[in-house]
Design a protein around this ligand. Structure first.
Ligand SMILES: Cc1cc2nc3c(=O)[nH]c(=O)nc-3n(C[C@H](O)[C@H](O)[C@H](O)COP(=O)(O)O)c2cc1C
Length: 206
């Protein structure tokens, strides 16, 4: 099948776009508003966009609490979402009013960060403390801004639970990160394999 997105007439029961751009890592974004209240929500429009400096982004469909607090305070934390935390993560996506902590709703524990005021999720095996570098509405080809609002932050500190380290490296099969597919689907990364990049175009060394 083929379709163009100006009409988006795919003829399927549901738009397949997000199932194609998948699996997507989930940034479990915690923030602390100026009044001290805490917020936590999952974002699968989330990814790393640079590793020098280390930059991650999340993108909010409209100005949700995570984006507005991150912009107001200049800070957020991206916690690693894992299989064992899936149900709690889902609970933090509930539409709670600003000021109501999703840590409480999901029965999660706040752990202090070192360089930012927002707490991290104590139960999560890794967290990135971030300072906002840019935020904007991404544009379409017609130049019109999307209603999505993208927040980019520089990772200024990293927490890793040593329980997910093996031989000094993060063992993804131990961490079992959760990712988002299309529709209501999720995946867990439980199996990993290695490939070395070819050093020459003829690929005789791989
Ligand atoms: C796994 C998952 C991924 C999500 N990804 C996004 C996303 O990328 N962008 C978005 O705007 N909402 C996303 N949502 C919905 C938000 O988490 C939800 O609207 C939440 O209430 C926003 O909370 P906040 O207003 O406290 O930021 C996602 C929900 C789930 C369960």
């Amino acid at each position: 099948m083929f379709y163009t997105t100006d009409r988006n007439e795919h003829g399927l029961p549901h738009d397949p776009f997000k199932a194609i751009v998948s699996p997507r890592p989930i940034g479990w974004i915690s923030t602390r508003a100026r009044d001290g209240s805490v917020n936590l929500a999952p974002y699968s429009f989330f990814n790393a966009v640079s590793d020098s400096p280390k930059l991650v982004m999340f993108s909010s469909a409209g100005m949700k609490d995570s984006a507005s607090i991150a912009v107001e305070t200049g800070e957020f934390v991206a916690n690693l979402a894992t299989e064992s935390l899936a149900r709690q993560l889902n609970r933090t996506s509930a539409d709670a009013p600003r000021g109501v902590s999703e840590f409480g709703i999901a029965g999660l524990t706040e752990a202090p960060c070192r360089l930012v005021a927002a707490p991290r999720v104590a139960e999560s095996p890794a967290a990135l403390e971030c300072r906002v570098t840019e935020s904007f509405h991404p544009k379409g080809i017609d130049g019109a801004p999307s209603h999505y609002f993208m927040v980019i932050g520089e990772v200024v500190a990293v927490h890793v639970d040593e329980a997910i380290l093996k031989d000094g490296m993060i063992d993804t099969a131990l961490a079992r990160p959760l990712s988002r597919l299309g529709y209501l689907d999720y995946a867990v990364t439980a199996e990993v394999f290695q490939m070395r990049r070819p050093r020459t175009p003829d690929a005789s060394d791989v």
